[in-house]
Write a protein that binds this ligand. Sequence first.
Ligand code: GLU
Length: 325
Amino acid sequence: MFHPAASALASILSTPTRLTRAGRFEAVLNHIAEEVEGLADRGRPADYIPLLAEVDPRHFGMAVAEADGTVYGVGDWKRPFSTQSITKVFTLALALSLEGEHLWRGVGREPSGNPFNSLVQLEHENGVPRNPFINAGALVVTDRLQALTADAAGRALELLRTESGNPTIDFVPEVAACEATHGGRNAALAHFMASCGNLTTPVPDLLAAYFWQCSIAASCKDLALAAGFLARHGTRTDGSALLTKSQAKQINAMMLTCGTYDAAGEFAYRVGLPGKSGVGGGIIAIVPGVCTLCVWSPGLDRRGNSVAGVLALDRFTTLTGLSVF
Ligand code: GLU
């Protein structure tokens, strides 16, 4: 995409130089924010619950956290938004760290190519969901975490708070209640999997844990920092291991192949990074060994990914050359 400021940015980035990495990241983020400003169609916020539908689609924020915890941002990067399916990454990390390979008895690792809340595929495949990032798969992961800890949503919240260093990140009870009111499809997925013997937690308790998990509000800054363990090969901010190096690789691989609904191929093509989106308009993306990104803009495309968010990540990897390829 042509933008008037593009040549100025190109000259900043190509100066062989004393320009620090911080200076480069800041220049790139500011440039991307200007490009997004000119975007004519930013999509529409999710409308399955009123609390998401009424968010102003003009919000845009983006943060980059280096693996050492240094963080930069632009726009609404400190403003909390509804994390929704982004929390699936954190429950998966916790469940995998506690349960190891046994987790894969109840959930697969293949892209689904179907909408995130599809019932059809689940019936065809006898109640074993394709991957942990579609709703059915996330319900299995939350089920295992609930069985192991008795508080799956609380553990996810605690992980986000600890890794971001922000103890004010919290559940939003109104969002959790709305999810429950409009949760017929998630209930159908859960009851079907229970009938196949693929759940241990009573369905009402599991749904409650899942809806609380979806309701967590956090900012781009919080999420970029909190997902840092995926850029540090599984290591938490305190230096301890949440995941093995191999498990961190596995989660990154699944984010690349399954993390952005049934547009994961397009996302990999444009952005070239492991990513996970949520219907609140947030997306996290990982540059292993280097940094973690989070972008938020509430307008979604028809597959449920943030329009400005995907554009911003596409521009980031194009301008910096930082991708896994
Ligand atoms: N709460 C949403 C649901 O389970 C999450 C959807 C999403 O962000 O993908 O339907």
